[in-house]
Design a binder for this molecule. Sequence first.
Ligand code: ZN
Length: 262
Amino acid sequence: MSVYEVVAVRYATRRAWKSGLYHRFESYGEPDTEASLDYYFWLVRDGPKAILIDTGFDPDVGERRGRTLLCEPREAMRRAGLSIENVAQVIITHFHYDHVGNIDAFPNAELLVPQRELDFWTSPPAGRAQFAEHVEPAEIARLEAACGSGRGRALSGEETIAPGLTAITVGGHSPGQLVLLVETARGLVVLASDAVHFYEELELDRPFAIIADLADMYRGYDLLRELQRDRQAIVVPGHDPGVMARFPSLGGAEEGIGVRVA
Ligand SMILES: [Zn+2]
C-alpha cells in the first residue's frame, strides 16, 4: 500500500462573527465573538506523483467576495513545492467557489468529482438564492464540460481512488461533499474539507452555518469521530486557522504557506 505525504496549504483568510459561522448560534446562549476562517487546499504526494485536493478560489472571484488573499493559489502551489505538470489527479471535494477555481491550470490532470455534486449543481434548486450564493456558474459549467469530455470521472458512495486513498461522499454542507481518507506514515489522515470547517464542530457538535442537509452533516461528524476513536485518525478540517498551529510548518521560505500534516 502507498504511504502518502499530506500537506495543507493556506492561501486566504477572512474575519467573521461566530453568529455567521455556526447554524443557529444564538441557540447556544453564548456571547458572539469574532473568529478567523482560513482557506486551504491540500496536496497528497506519493513520490513524484501528486494529487491535488481542491484548487482554491479564483483570485478575481475572491476579491469580488471580499476575501483576503494571502498568496495566489497557483503561486502557493509552487511555493509548496508542487509543479503543476506533476499533478496527475485533481480531486474536487464539492463545488463551492473556494474549492473549484483555477481548474484551467491543470488541463492534463484527471478530474475526480462527486457525482452528487454534478447532479445537484446542474439541477433547478441549485439556482435558488441560498444555494447559488456559494458557487460561480462559469465554474460549474467548466466542471460539467470537463466531465462530459471524458477528462473527468464522477465518484459515488465510498470509492478507492488508489491503494491507501479513499473518497467517501458524506453530503451535509453541500449535497455531495466528500471526505478523503489517506494512509500516511503517521497513520490515517482524514481530509475533511468542508464536512468540518472548524475543529469546534466536532468537539462541541455544532453544525456550520451553510447546510444542504443537517442530518447528513451530523452523520458526517459521527463518521469522523468513529475514525478518530477506532483508527486514531488525524482529522484535518477545511477552514480552521488551528491547522497551521497543529502541524509543523513547511520549512524555509515557505514559512506560513502551509504545514506538513504527515
Ligand atoms: Zn470551503
